[in-house]
Design a protein around this ligand. Structure first.
Ligand code: GDP
Ligand code: CA
Length: 317
């Protein structure tokens, strides 16, 4: 069985572990979000790709959900001692090595997809991890503060400001000219089913869907999504601030409408959201909390089962 999954960082990676447990023999291709990518201290940092790689490769800080296990912060402290900015983004010593190699390979002319493959050779994540695009795209957020109306990098809004300043616009800079990375469209074409994990619908899944060509390719496939919103709450994190920014409510219904048909064929919601509905999309209630490996596996199994059932039915008109 061939499965394609889109993924952001923490939520996506956690779900993917469940998907691997639910389908140990499946060939899984993960299309990772690179809208969060940022250049810091001259190094290219890809937070979502690394979170997936470290989580599935056994190197993640389990409590935090991102960054390396057994991490130290000597380089960060030394940079701060020089007064070097920014100081709000936590890069650990072990993590720095990943970004040094990535930056060196990019500077030598390798595309991000090949760099990611090279990094994964160490971690053996058990999936094929592809960036959504080799072209540089970045999510920027328009805010208004004491200095007026201006755009900041997504990471500055998310990590430094903790999304406390309202986002007036969220823009994936470079999206219009970006191409899907090599292998992305072929993997979708070859997939039996596609699963959208409960990643952030705006700045994780939403950005991947903005790369020209990806959405139309997915529309031809049986696609099942897992709601990142349970009973009006984003569970963990600040997805509500992103949905508000694009003029949407924080509900399972609103994310369902955002993805819509013909992209989605099935949608898993929590029991509390069982009245959620959309023409042409099968909605199924299921416990959605990824609290333990077992609940996460069960959730992934439900998404996969629904997708396989829908794969045998005629698709949208
Ligand atoms: P990313 O978008 O994959 O980078 O990951 P985040 O960690 O930012 O999580 C994305 C979203 O998933 C969060 O904003 C929540 O709305 C949602 N989420 C977090 N934990 C859970 C969970 O246990 N179950 C479900 N269904 N959604 C979750
Ligand atoms: Ca992310």
């Amino acid at each position: 069985m061939r499965i394609v999954s889109l993924a952001g960082g923490v939520g996506g990676a956690r779900f993917l572990r469940g998907l691997q447990a639910a389908a140990p023999d499946a060939e899984i291709t993960v299309i990772g979000n690179t809208g969060d990518d940022i250049t810091l201290f001259g190094l290219r940092v890809c937070p979502d790709l690394d979170t997936v790689m470290y989580t599935l490769g056994g190197g993640i800080n389990e409590d935090q959900g991102w960054g390396r296990a057994a991490e130290t912060f000597t380089v960060k402290e030394e940079l701060a001692a020089y007064g070097m900015e920014p100081q709000w983004f936590g890069l650990g010593d072990r993590d720095f090595a990943t970004h040094i190699i990535r930056s060196q390979m990019l500077a030598a002319g390798y595309p991000l997809s090949q760099v990611t493959e090279a990094l994964c050779a160490r971690w053996n994540p058990g999936v094929r991890l592809l960036p959504m695009s080799d072209d540089r795209t970045e999510t920027h957020v328009v805010i208004t503060d004491d200095t007026g109306r201006h755009a900041v990098h997504f990471q500055e809004w998310w990590v430094r400001l903790r999304a406390s300043v309202p986002a007036e616009e969220i823009v994936l800079v470079g999206a219009a000219d970006a191409k899907p990375a090599p292998g992305v469209l072929d993997a979708i074409e070859a997939a039996d089913v596609v699963i959208l994990p409960p990643s952030n619908p705006v700045v994780s899944i939403g950005t991947i869907l903005q790369i020209p060509g990806i959405r139309p390719a997915l529309e031809r496939k049986p696609v099942v999504g897992v709601s990142p919103i349970i009973n009006g709450s984003p569970v963990r994190g600040m997805a509500d601030a992103c949905l508000t920014a694009i003029g949407r409510e924080t509900t399972a219904q609103s994310v369902l409408d955002l993805y819509g048909a013909p992209l989605l064929n099935g949608w898993l919601v929590a029991e509390e959201d069982a009245t959620t509905t959309h023409p042409g999309i099968t909605v199924e209630p299921h416990p959605l909390l990824m609290t333990t490996p077992e609940t996460t596996r069960t959730l992934a199994h439900a998404a996969l089962t629904l997708a396989l059932n829908l794969a045998n039915k005629p698709t949208h008109p």
